[in-house]
Design a protein around this ligand. Structure first.
Ligand SMILES: CSC[C@H]1O[C@H](OP(=O)(O)O)[C@H](O)[C@@H]1O
Ligand SMILES: Nc1ncnc2[nH]cnc12
Length: 292
């Protein structure tokens, strides 16, 4: 085994992952409740994979209802070393056409009603989100996507909106003025929670539409997204298989960004004042840093 255990979070259109050896399904419960669906685990060559459909099979959960904390905790508890998120997104740039993929490296979080931290009363932590994506994982995933035949833009800012309604035209223009490249509804707080759980995280955002800013182009609709995503999904599956095959031959070393130890400089509550109940709960995602 190469030491990589890859968590894959599948977005709209990607509800299953074929081609896994030793495939098994596990129902999991975390201190933050149940994840979106059963975890599907298996192996591709020397790499273990754990797949989780973000919205559940059949797309039962809207972006605001996805149990983000339970999803990240479930993957952490399953022992994954890294998380690759696959997402459908709208494009805010002419050059990022439907069918293209953006290996996102920045996020702007405009979500408003989601639990966005594992920490809080009894044990407070502030992790850095200056570089929210694991550059190594992102580059590996982008390379695999290119090898699978995809057109990839390396780097880009993802605007995470609350939804579930799509943006108004005024909002879409505003996000373009802010310099955003793609828009979606799910990468936040997922990326923040992955960082709190000390898990390297990267997003391949697969463009399905031009949102609603482009003159003479019909505004985004679910029908349109799913049509394009059907093509994107085949590409995503090929890219994941290629990524796993590549990682198989590359022994894993810790992320060069120090993500696996980021809590060492983030916990702020005085040790003698930390809530034992909270510490117990946090074992699931921060056992290393808490020494429990
Ligand atoms: C089905 S269109 C809107 C929906 O698609 C994206 O989901 P995901 O990021 O999980 O692929 C977007 O964020 C919305 O949730
Ligand atoms: N235009 C868009 N806005 C938000 N989420 C999306 N997911 C796919 N397309 C989208």
């Amino acid at each position: 085994m190469s030491g990589w255990k890859l968590g894959i979070i599948g977005g709209s259109g990607l509800y299953a992952l074929d081609g896994l050896e030793d495939r098994r399904e596990t129902e999991v419960e975390t201190p933050w409740g149940a994840p979106s669906d059963r975890l599907v685990s298996g192996r591709i060559g020397g790499v273990e994979l754990v797949f989780l459909p973000r919205h559940g099979r059949g797309h039962r959960l809207s972006p605001g209802e996805v149990p983000y904390r339970a999803n990240i905790a479930a993957l952490k508890m399953a022992g994954v070393t890294d998380i690759l998120s696959i997402s459908a997104c709208g494009s805010l740039q002419e050059a990022y056409a439907p069918g293209h993929t953006v290996a996102v490296d920045q996020f702007i979080d405009r979500t408003v009603s989601r639990a966005s931290s594992f920490f809080g009363a009894g044990l407070v932590a502030h992790v850095s989100m200056a570089e929210p994506v694991c550059a190594r994982l992102s580059a590996l995933a982008a390379g695999a996507m290119e090898a699978a035949g995809g057109t990839v833009h390396r780097g880009g800012t993802y605007l995470a909106m609350e939804g579930p309604q799509f943006s108004s035209r005024a909002e879409s223009h505003l996000y373009r003025q802010w310099g955003c490249d793609v828009i979606g509804m799910t990468a936040m707080p997922e990326a923040k929670l992955a960082r709190e759980a000390e898990l390297p995280y990267a997003t391949l955002a697969m463009v399905t539409d031009y949102d609603c800013w482009r003159a003479d182009t019909e505004a985004v609709s679910v029908t349109h997204v799913l049509e394009i995503m059907a093509q994107n999904t085949a590409l995503a599956r090929r890219a994941i298989l290629l990524l796993a095959a590549r990682l198989s031959g590359t022994p894993r070393t810790p992320s060069p960004q120090g993500i696996e130890s980021c809590l060492d400089s983030a916990l702020i509550t005085a040790p003698q004042l930390r809530d034992p109940v909270m510490i117990d709960k946090l074992q699931a995602i921060a056992g290393r840093a808490l020494g429990v």
